[in-house]
Design a protein around this ligand. Structure first.
Ligand code: THU
Length: 136
């Protein structure tokens, strides 16, 4: 799979950052924005949505995946995640599993307020993943 060019990644970052600005995170005060890219070039974004019943929180990445599926797409070639933290935030374990369903080889790029950027394939972040193929 060819990785998106820098222009597309820049647009994804802008979308992720804007979505992160709409995060509902009164409990953690840790806004996250995500933008997923489909192989045909469409972008879908999401932000974290927390809840007074803390465990019901929905992460930004899973929000973006739900937007994608609701709009009729079911494949992910890349995801950009933005947080205003000093270090980049890799997707949590639950989000890795959900991303794997649609983009086992997706490029994952996490950008933060500092200079460090995390850039890995999902297959590196979730090796030997359980996925649709396991169900035959
Ligand atoms: N969060 C995400 O949105 N994505 C992740 O991959 C990690 C964590 C959110 C959940 C919660 O609202 C806040 O960040 C702090 O954990």
């Amino acid at each position: 799979m060819t990785d998106p060019d820098e222009g597309v990644l820049a647009e994804m970052l802008a979308r992720a950052r804007a979505a992160g600005g709409r995060a509902y995170c009164p409990y953690s005060k840790f806004p996250v924005g995500a933008c997923v890219l489909t192989p045909d070039g469409e972008l879908f974004d999401g932000c974290n949505v927390e809840n007074a019943s803390y465990g019901l929180t929905i992460c930004a990445e899973r929000g973006a995946v739900c937007q994608m599926v609701a709009r009729g797409k079911q494949a992910i070639s890349a995801v950009v995640i933005w947080t205003p933290a000093p270090r980049p935030a890799a997707p949590c374990g639950a989000c890795r599993q959900v991303l794997n369903e649609f983009g086992p080889d997706a490029l994952v790029v996490s950008v933060c307020a500092g200079p460090e950027v995390l850039r890995k394939r999902l297959s590196e972040l979730l090796p030997d993943a359980f996925g649709p193929a396991n169900l035959g």
